[in-house]
Design a protein around this ligand. Structure first.
Ligand code: WT7
Length: 635
């Protein structure tokens, strides 16, 4: 990388070998984005070609209409023709003394085919939803791909979510089948996942549970309902014909937090998602046959779908799936993994980068990280200091950093400078992916000037991989994404600005969502959960800065009755309702919360008191005296 002023440009050797090396690709795509995506779409395997590339009926849009394909066929069958014996998946278990597992493309193909037939045997059909509540084990990848093979719609739920959080999702999608495991390792402990699943399926439609044996912990198998994975795999036929899917058929649903308490099921479609997942990976991570791609994200998140698993497969790459935490049992576990497998592309979140940084550079010096050639960041804004540390200490000033902006809703990266074109600028995500039209709008709905902050929006034709709806909730789809600037403008809920070179920097969310360690957590969802406790009258949650995690929740409660153990009550409620990711850093008991005359809690005021900012006009408050008490407590 060559540094000029504050911009980083790819070296000529990097450029020479990169899939994309010239700015021309942007110009071509801009002229006709639909035609541009059609060019890319030609490179995936269609059983039948589309008749129309794009259709817009605001607020809905479709891509590659009439096209037929199968996702698993694109990930497996098509690669086997060329890469039959190449390792597709390397699984690194958490216990460092346990043996890794390797799957060649052919082996993965075999397992997926068998499991797909296993699913069929218990009655799963095209269009059925299947719940997946699994840790980071190869069976998770096999299960996901097997669903796509038979046209079942998978809904993966993060394995650290609580039984209640799983239950809400199962109830929304009405799954009849749930795939889970006995348990898994996390920081040396065994987590009893099956116990959680048993609790969650009460009051749901789940009729069958397939259980992977992973940790060997004792579980109760319910007769007639529960089946061990290996038994589900006992099928007569090793081959399962890939179902012919329409381009616009749903491929999967993934829940994400929204402003209200209930999570939303984001729906992605077969054709567009495949094209976008393949090409964003190919161009942004420059995936080649010899690469070893390690994305640290759990499969329970969208990054875990698109880049920990699917994009490497669509590109015939090799990827690492790691069961544990990157700093367990020692702070340099992540370096050991890079060294052991010769990882070439490493993708993680600023939270992890800040954590690595805190341990000091000595850990890194002990390891050979020379195989790395591209570094990625995702999930939250990366500060300049962490960017530079990542660049210098991990990438040794050789590796381009791609700061990739996207969302569960966009299905794949839509904003990131391309590594072979550049330039990269610390703390800036950079340029929109070719063919994507972004704008930044001020309060009047006009385009912002350089350096002026505003709302980040996406304009038609959007992107092939973006969401097609919120599962069974068209009102919520319209209201969340298409009401602020009209039905033809997708609102991201992010604030951003452009510098004078048109590079985009993401400032943060403009809604009630906070990013805890890169994961989206809804303050409304935490409030709902805490408010259910019998001793809590009302509650408000805000995000406060945290050195490692970026942001963490702080909870303010007003009590209904005396409660000496309010901290414990709040923590238990959050663990039960959501899971450990939403646990607060601070819990305050207050007499009153600042409210408008119509009774709305002013989180904005709480945030300002916390950070010591100027409060401005308080005349709209119904209870200005609440501010005095808060100021005293937070001093
Ligand atoms: C929100 C989406 C899809 C990635 C994992 C998170 C924030 C994401 C960046 C980035 C600054 C980022 C945005 C976005 N975000 N990537 N590179 N720089 N902010 O997915 O949970 O759906 O959250 O994450 O605020 O809206 P998600």
């Amino acid at each position: 990388m060559i540094k000029k002023k504050n911009l980083y440009h790819p070296s000529s050797t990097f450029k020479k070998n990169a899939w994309v090396k010239s700015k021309d690709v942007y110009k071509d795509a801009e002229k006709d984005p639909v035609k541009f995506w059609e060019q890319l779409a030609k490179d995936i395997h269609w059983k039948k070609k589309w008749r129309k590339a794009f259709e817009h009926k605001p607020p809905y849009f479709k891509w590659f209409l009439g096209g037929k394909l199968n996702f698993s066929e694109n990930c497996l069958d098509k690669n086997i023709e060329r890469l039959r014996n190449k390792v597709a998946l390397i699984w690194e278990p958490e216990p460092a003394d346990e043996r890794p597992r390797y799957f060649t493309y052919y082996e993965l193909y075999r397992e997926v085919n068998k499991f797909a037939n296993g699913l069929k045997k218990i009655g799963v059909k095209k269009g059925d939803r299947v719940g997946i509540y699994l840790p980071m084990v190869p069976e998770a990848v096999i299960a996901m791909l097997a669903c796509t093979r038979i046209g079942a719609i998978h809904s993966v739920v993060f394995s650290a979510y609580s039984p209640q959080a799983l239950q809400v999702r199962l109830q929304d999608t009405k799954e009849k089948v749930l795939i889970t495991a006995d348990g898994y390792y996390r920081a040396g402990n065994i987590i009893n996942l099956k116990g959680n699943a048993d609790e969650a399926v009460k009051d749901t439609k789940v009729k069958k549970m397939i259980v992977v044996k992973r940790a060997g912990n004792e579980v109760k198998m319910k007769k007639g309902r529960d089946i061990w994975w290996e038994d589900a795999m006992k099928v007569k036929d090793n081959f399962c014909k890939p179902e012919e899917m329409d381009s616009e058929d749903p491929l999967f649903i993934l829940y994400t937090s929204g402003s209200t308490g209930k999570p939303k099921g984001i729906v992605h479609a077969c054709g567009g998602y495949t094209v976008q997942a393949k090409y964003t990976g190919k161009w942004i991570f420059d995936i080649k046959d010899n690469d070893v791609f390690w994305s640290m994200s759990d499969i329970g998140w969208i990054t875990g779908h698109t880049y920990s698993v699917y994009s490497p497969l669509l590109n015939g790459g090799t990827f690492v799936l790691f069961e544990g935490a990157p700093n367990w049992p020692s702070p340099d576990r992540w370096c050991q993994i890079i060294e052991k497998y010769g990882v070439t592309i490493f993708y993680t979140a600023p939270t992890a980068i800040r954590m690595f940084q805190k341990y000091g550079d000595d850990f890194i010096k002990k390891h050979d990280l020379s195989t790395l050639r591209i570094l990625g960041s995702v999930g939250e804004p990366i500060d300049k200091g962490s960017w530079e540390w990542y660049f210098e200490k991990v990438g040794k000033k050789r590796c381009p950093i791609v700061d990739t902006w996207w969302q569960t809703e966009t299905g794949g990266i839509l904003l990131s400078s391309l590594p072979g074109v550049g330039p990269a600028k610390p703390a800036f995500a950079g340029r929109p992916f070719p063919g994507i039209k972004f704008d930044i709008l001020n309060s009047e709905g006009k385009s912002c000037k350089a350096e002026e902050k505003g709302d980040l929006v996406i304009l038609p034709p959007f992107s092939p991989g973006m969401l097609r709806g919120v599962y069974k909730n068209p009102q919520r789809y319209k209201k969340t994404y298409w009401s602020d600037f009209g039905e033809k403008t997708y609102f991201t809920s992010d604030i951003a600005y452009k510098d004078k070179n048109s590079l985009i920097r993401i400032v943060g969310r403009s809604d009630d969502m906070i990013k805890v360690a890169g994961h989206r957590v809804s303050t409304g969802e935490i409030e709902d959960t805490v408010s259910k406790s019998s001793s809590v009258l009302e509650c408000a949650v805000i995000g406060i800065p945290d050195e490692i995690k970026g942001e963490v929740p702080a909870v303010f409660v007003v009590l209904k009755k005396k409660e000496n153990q309010i901290e414990k009550v709040v923590i238990e409620a959050i663990k039960k309702g959501i899971g450990p990711i939403a646990l607060p850093k601070k819990i305050y008991t207050v007499k009153d919360l600042p409210k408008t005359r119509s009774g709305k809690i002013m989180r904005r005021i709480l945030r300002k008191i916390f950070t010591g900012e100027e409060l401005g006009d308080l005349s709209t408050l119904a209870n200005p005296e609440s501010v005095k008490e808060l100021k005293k407590i937070l001093k």
